[in-house]
Design a protein around this ligand. Structure first.
Ligand code: FES
Length: 130
């Protein structure tokens, strides 16, 4: 069970989590990425963070070296909310795609996604909303 947060039903295999407000912005437990498995722990590559303070969700990608990157899920073409997949974000309106660093893979979008500073604090991941 996650303290202060709750897992929401997954859409297209992606886990959505309701974030908890923090001093810097929002935070989620690192356990949101964990998938217990009888052969050891496995990890989700992306978790989508939601909160009533957010106009759009934030996709938090976990890299194999345990680095984290938080991206605003607002398409830079015309502002449509993006869909998250393992390894990319895709716009349902006109097909723009972005990688896990927010860079444009396919247009018509030309600008990369806004990213947020991420900090690890014990067993929690803090996303600074600046
Ligand atoms: S609004 Fe996203 S590609 Fe047009």
């Amino acid at each position: 069970m996650l303290a202060g947060s709750s897992l929401l039903p997954a859409c297209a295999g992606v886990t959505y989590i309701a974030a908890t407000p923090s001093e810097e912005g929002l935070e989620i437990p690192l356990s949101a990425f964990e998938i217990p498995h009888k052969k050891g722990m496995r990890y989700r590559s992306v978790v989508v963070l939601t909160h009533s303070r957010l106009q759009y969700p934030i996709a938090v990608f976990r890299s194999p070296d345990s680095g984290y990157r938080a991206l605003w899920m607002k398409c830079t073409h015309q502002g449509t909310e993006l869909n998250a997949y393992s390894g990319r974000l895709q716009c349902p309106a006109h097909g723009s795609e972005f990688d896990t660093k927010g860079k444009v893979l396919n247009g018509p979008a030309e600008a990369g996604l806004r990213s947020f500073p991420v900090h690890l604090k014990d067993d929690r991941l803090s996303i600074q909303l600046t």
